[in-house]
Design a protein around this ligand. Structure first.
Ligand code: HEC
Length: 154
């Protein structure tokens, strides 16, 4: 009995804590895309480039190498060539634009782009029901990837 009560209190505390952690997160449908991209961080927490590199190359998360070559990751196998090489990408785009491209490339390129919107609810018509309402990456994972892209200078 006592254990059960403790468990319940613990669960409530966990919910309260996680709500607090996400309080300043911008929801996917509330991201503001302007001419210069997305000006403000999606989380208010600085991105971690090392974590971003992991998300970038993870086949289950960013899977960016499926479409982009990235000489900074020469040790990884199978770099795709569907999209442009990301060599020196931080010299071409400022951080707000990189954030916009990763969060929802359709806002920057065209609706026809095959690059997925990683922080968008416009996932397409034929998705598994379990994916409806989900984004591919979390807001913090986007910030981490953007921080990593910021290191790709020539
Ligand atoms: C399914 C293929 C695909 C995947 C996966 C993909 N991209 Fe792209 N990406 C593209 C294409 C294609 C373009 C070029 C824009 C266009 O013509 O649609 C592009 C453009 C870009 C650009 C602009 C590059 C430039 O030099 O102008 C950046 C930055 C970028 N992608 C980052 C990423 C990151 C980071 C990931 C992983 C989180 C990713 N992409 C995953 C296909 C992809």
């Amino acid at each position: 009995m006592t254990r059960r009560i403790k468990f319940t209190l613990g669960a409530i505390a966990a919910v309260v804590l996680s709500t607090a952690a996400f309080a300043s997160e911008v929801a996917p449908d509330a991201v503001e895309y302007g001419d210069e991209g997305v000006m403000t961080s999606l989380t208010g927490v600085a991105g971690d480039p090392a974590a971003g590199a992991e998300t970038f190359k993870s086949r289950k998360l960013g899977n960016c190498l499926a479409c982009h070559a990235n000489p900074d990751m020469a040790g990884e196998q199978f770099h795709g060539d569907v999209g442009p090489s990301l060599e020196g990408v931080a010299d071409r785009w400022e951080e707000p634009m990189l954030r916009a491209i990763v969060a929802n490339s359709k806002q920057i390129f065209t609706d026809e782009t095959i690059m997925p919107g990683f922080y968008s609810l416009e996932v397409g018509k034929h998705v598994r029901e379990s994916l409806v309402g989900e984004t591919i990456l979390t807001a913090q994972q986007v910030e981490d990837v953007v921080a990593y892209l910021g290191t790709l200078k020539e």
